[in-house]
Write a protein that binds this ligand. Structure first.
Ligand code: ADP
Ligand code: MG
Length: 299
């Protein structure tokens, strides 16, 4: 790794990821600590999600995830980066409680337990496909989680409309999914994921099917939303460029079996914009992360 590169890994830095343990990290040669941003420092010092020794073997014998150890801190923007089949979706789904680990544990140290003794997972989930109800308007789609929680219609209506405005869809409340572009449908899906104001938003390659210009715009708007709303973002992607642009931290994974190969901090300040995207700094970061990914795939 080049000296002076702004990419670092290893030590606690107070930037929301302060709870990570040293063993979770692959030490890089050049560690340069950055100043934590006030808005995104973990309040409690405890991780929101603690993943300990998690493996997942499916009934057909596939070891989709092997011995993953990760802490997700408040306010982080973490990407899970890796080739197809390395267990990104499996890991994300287990964080969401959609499928249990075969061994190990996923804890939520700062939340309570539900009546059945399971951790209360305070999260939203955005799938690669927008998965909207085709017969319902954009507003009704975003209202769905509120309705399921039993929130009365007038309040749900107002909150969903506010969320749609936040994702740039003011004026499209009454539109049906078939009337919306791919990018707009994904915006509705993100609004639905955030309408309950979850602590964590889990996103599984949400922009993979979009054209590049739309994808860049959604990347920018997602960052703005994250900055404003202060949730923790966990973003699955196989794109080095997308992960570097968005993330504070990149967890590099490899396949067969799916495992974590590197845990990198992207030490570039926010807000990030077109200037960042075209900067030598960004190009350098992409080169370094790309090298890490190649190493991971080759190993
Ligand atoms: N329900 C399942 N049953 C059996 N194998 C599965 C199942 N889901 C995923 N896999 C396998 O587990 C591995 C990881 O899959 P996945 O988590 O979808 O990877 P990624 O999201 O990184 O592409 C792959 O080999 C995939 O074929
Ligand atoms: Mg996947």
């Amino acid at each position: 790794m080049d000296p002076g590169t702004p990419l670092r890994s290893g030590q606690d830095d107070g930037e929301g990821g302060a709870t990570r343990t040293e063993t979770d990290h692959q030490a890089l040669d050049t560690a340069s600590l950055s100043t934590p941003t006030k808005e995104h420092v973990a309040a409690s010092g405890r991780p929101l999600v603690s993943i300990r020794g998690v493996s997942k073997q499916f009934a057909n014998g596939t070891l989709a995830v092997r011995d993953v150890n990760l802490d997700l801190g408040a306010g982080e923007f973490v990407s899970l980066l890796g080739p197809s089949g390395c267990g990104k979706s499996t890991l994300l789904r287990m964080i969401a409680g959609l499928g249990a680990p075969s061994s190990g544990a996923i804890d939520w140290p700062t939340t309570g337990q539900d009546a059945g003794g399971a951790p209360e997972r305070d999260l939203g989930f955005v799938f690669q496909d927008p998965t909207l109800m085709p017969w319902a308007t954009a507003l009704a789609n975003v209202m769905m989680p509120l309705t399921l929680k039993g929130i009365r219609k007038s309040e749900a209506d107002a909150r969903a409309a506010q969320m749609l405005a936040l994702v740039g869809l003011k004026g499209f409340e009454g539109a049906y999914p078939r009337e919306l572009s791919g990018g707009m449908k994904m915006r509705v899906s993100i609004a639905r994921g955030l309408v309950l104001k979850p602590k964590i938003l889990l996103m599984d390659e949400p922009f993979a099917a979009l054209d590049e210009i739309t994808r860049h715009r959604l990347n920018d708007d997602l960052l703005e939303l994250w900055w404003k709303e202060k949730f923790t973002a966990v973003f699955v992607t196989h794109s080095v460029f997308e992960s570097v642009y968005l993330s504070k931290r990149i967890v590099v994974m490899a396949a067969r079996p799916g495992r974590v190969m590197a845990d990198l901090d992207v030490d570039a300040p926010y807000p990030r914009d077109e200037l960042f995207r075209t900067s030598p700094e960004y190009a350098n970061l992409c080169r370094v992360v790309s090298g890490k990914l190649k190493e991971a795939i080759g190993s």
